[in-house]
Design a protein around this ligand. Structure first.
Ligand SMILES: [Zn+2]
Length: 341
């Protein structure tokens, strides 16, 4: 067991270590957001560059190479990511105001890799470029990278990280060996969250689909999330007050909560137990009993649409009010009908 990785990553780690002996030119580390894939990729890169790896394949943490890596200046390592992305392990874009930095990996960033990939390595070992998230490359950028994937320079590893590998060019995907990071099991997720000081560790973990890092981020919003669940349990809710209640956390976050609530309503309608709100069965049932199933499906589509648009600048309060007004109509059995306008 490598102590540098998260407890739910041990099987992915073993699969990476198995590849050490004959490394492919490109690896794709994939899995849902909130599982620490970039962290795992960096731990793997550090261990490959380490000049005295310990038994089990981990980095020693004491050699010159480990020192450079930890200070962010190993000459044979590059990390490529969108300007907008937090340089740490966060998988969500940085939230900021003003002129938005790019959410894409620019083609220049990939072109700037080329000289690095061509010259000899400084330490006579491997050279590694980590690209995250790989789906932030548009087609032109991915094609620029493809040249390196097709004719890989010697002693080179491209480490791609993706939460959404279906969005990669098939030509890129097919040239990478995939390693999947799976969600934690419920006990591991809850234990890890408890160790981070999260109070309702079980509840938060299951709400985040046992993606512990996503759960940790959401734990900070537990109060707002509980308030929203209470609001949505009341068919005759007040949309304006409700929208105000939810203005603290980022809009995409709140929309994902409404989406999960809607998903649980759909599950209840089909006789299944709620997945994200195991403790809110009564509130869900109060609303679910009155719903027109077709209207609910339409509503779910509408929430998904709002969520897809949520990264663009818009008025969060209006978006929330609109969704809550429609929710009340649906829950009060007034159905918004087929109109989609
Ligand atoms: Zn070392």
């Amino acid at each position: 067991m490598n102590k540098d990785i998260y407890p739910w990553q041990s099987s992915a780690w073993s699969r990476l270590i198995e590849r050490r002996a004959s490394l492919p030119h490109a690896l794709l580390i994939q899995g849902r957001p909130g599982l620490g894939k970039t962290h795992l990729a960096r731990v793997f890169a550090r261990s490959l560059l380490c000049e005295q790896p310990i038994a089990g394949g981990g980095a020693c943490g004491a050699c010159a190479a480990c020192g450079w890596f930890d200070q962010g200046n190993h000459p044979d390592y590059r990390q490529v990511q969108p300007e907008a992305l937090d340089p740490g392990d966060g998988e969500e874009p940085k939230r900021g105001e003003g002129a938005a930095p790019s959410r894409q990996i620019r083609i220049d960033q990939v072109r700037e890799l080329q000289p690095f990939l061509r010259v000899g390595t400084h330490r006579g070992g491997l050279r590694i470029a980590l690209i995250r998230p790989a789906e932030a490359m548009n087609a032109a950028t991915a094609n620029a990278l493809l040249k390196s994937l097709e004719e890989p320079p010697d002693r080179t590893l491209l480490l791609l990280v993706s939460s959404d590998p279906q969005r990669l060019l098939p030509t890129v995907r097919s040239r990478c060996q995939g390693v999947t990071v799976f969600p934690a099991n419920a006990e591991t997720a809850a234990a890890w969250l408890r160790a981070q000081g999260v109070a309702d560790a079980e509840g938060v973990a299951s709400f985040a689909g046992n993606a512990p890092l996503a759960a940790l981020e959401q734990a900070g919003f537990a109060e707002a999330r509980a308030a929203l669940a209470e609001l949505l349990s009341d068919p005759d809710l007040d949309p304006v007050r409700g929208a105000e209640l939810c203005l603290g956390p980022p809009l995409p976050e709140v929309l994902s909560w409404i989406q999960k609530w809607t998903y649980d309503l759909l599950r209840l309608r089909s006789g299944a137990a709620p997945r994200y709100h195991p403790g809110a069965g009564a509130g869900l049932a109060r609303v679910a009993g009155r719903l027109d199933p077709l209207g609910l499906a339409r509503y779910a589509a509408r929430v998904a649409e709002a969520r897809a648009l949520a990264l663009h600048p818009l008025n969060p309060k209006l978006v929330l009010e609109d969704l809550l007004i429609r929710y009340r109509e649906l829950a009060m059995g007034q159905g918004t009908g087929g109109s989609n306008g």
